[in-house]
Design a protein around this ligand. Structure first.
Ligand SMILES: Cc1ncc(COP(=O)(O)O)c(C=O)c1O
Length: 383
């Protein structure tokens, strides 16, 4: 038989598959998977059944149901003062992952360069490669995960078309400050770049941290493509409802691809998420309090075990430095912890193309039931 496409020739099975398989084999407590091991709220699950019963079961309009586009447009206006026209600027996708793929496929020609701030969500680089683009990594340096403006400027060439940033940031839990966003924005404007701002953890913020959408910065609305999704906000990552907010030209490009890749997204789920977004004001305080309690509990447990690091102000991840505990690099240490301690984590070197900094950390996900976190800490005791 002839070979499969060159497009995927250097794609490999990810380390996450290996970790998950080993975690199952060794019956390890899994703090690797980046999703909750508990369900989102009952009321929103009930809404899906209700929407199905009401007859929302056929193909949705390809760019999203009117209700969901309306509510997405409404919350950007209400929370951030951003105006996105629901007819021409809001597109519903199969999670943020499809959104990222569409934006990159819609903008990038073969040979175009895309700045990815590492550590990054792994679908960025895969999508860039599928588009024939060239990922250019710029490191967010640990322990604060700051971007060096001179390094970023150096990485930008006449071929650079897009920069991808993630705020709040997986895996570090960093919440970008206005000053940090301004620095990146200035370079984006100066070099006429698009910015894909992945904001899927926009509501997972602690200790008074405030989310600043990139599109709200001066001169950035036109060049920012904002991607988010309902998965993290409602603790229902399997629902896979995401969205793109962008100017008309970029939205149209994304829609042209979307119509042939997925055509349209699950109708009852969209309708339920639309209702969920209407309730954000009353829902968010409890949502944040639940995750804050988990973060505080797990952070204290890790400190008591002798791990020293700054508490994350966003997301449900912690990048935990391992050098005080082992000479091993992240992948080997992660494998050792699964086998000898029955705790699974993610080795973050998979989120880097350039820097070796990832080798000094493990990513722990604390979006887990209390008993899961207790078991993990008990297993790690005495490290
Ligand atoms: C930074 C980041 N972006 C995007 C996604 C994907 O979101 P979705 O499940 O909506 O496709 C994730 C999921 O873990 C993520 O961490």
């Amino acid at each position: 038989m002839k070979d499969t496409s060159l497009r995927i020739a250097d794609f490999k099975d990810s380390i996450f598959g290996v970790i998950s398989r080993l975690a199952r084999e060794h019956q390890a407590v899994n703090l690797g998977q980046g999703f909750p091991d508990f369900d989102g709220p009952e009321w929103i699950k009930d809404l899906v059944t209700q929407k199905m019963r009401e007859g929302h079961n056929q193909y949705a309009p390809f760019h999203g149901t009117l209700n969901l586009r309306t509510e997405v447009s409404n919350y950007y206006k209400k929370f951030y003062g951003l105006n996105y026209d629901l007819e021409s600027q809001v597109t519903i996708t199969v999670g943020a992952t499809e959104a990222i793929y569409l934006v990159i496929m819609g903008l990038i020609n073969p040979g175009d360069e895309v700045i990815v701030l590492e550590p990054f969500y792994d679908s960025y680089v895969a999508s860039i490669k599928m588009a024939g683009g060239i990922p250019v990594p710029v490191t967010m340096h640990a322990p604060d995960f700051n971007v060096d403006q001179a390094e970023l400027q150096k990485a930008i060439t006449s071929k650079t078309k897009l920069l991808i940033l993630n705020n709040p940031h997986n895996p570090s839990g960093k919440v970008w400050t206005r000053e940090e966003l301004m620095q990146v924005s200035e370079l984006a404007i100066k070099n006429d770049l698009y910015v894909l701002s992945d904001e899927v953890y926009e509501f997972l913020l602690f200790d008074g941290a405030k989310h600043i959408p990139t599109a709200t910065l001066p001169g950035m609305y036109e060049r920012t493509i904002t991607v988010s999704s309902a998965g993290k906000t409602f603790g229902l990552t399997g629902w896979k409802i995401g969205w793109i907010c962008a100017d008309e030209k970029v939205s149209r490009a994304c829609r042209l691809i979307h119509q042939y890749v997925t055509f349209s997204v699950s109708t009852p789920m969209q309708e339920a998420v639309a209702e969920g977004l209407k309730k954000l004001d009353s829902y968010l305080p409890e949502f944040v309090a639940t995750y804050k309690a988990k973060r505080d509990f797990f952070y204290k447990g890790m400190k008591d075990l002798g791990f020293n690091f700054t508490i994350p102000r966003g997301t449900y991840f912690m990048m935990v430095p391992i050098e005080s505990k082992t000479q091993l690099k992240d992948v080997d240490y992660a494998l050792e912890l699964i086998k000898t301690r029955k705790v699974a984590t993610v080795p973050p070197s998979a989120f880097y193309l350039k820097s070796a900094e990832g080798g000094k950390y493990l990513r722990f996900c604390f979006a887990k039931k209390e008993e899961t976190l207790i078991s993990a800490l008990a297993n790690l005791k005495g490290l």
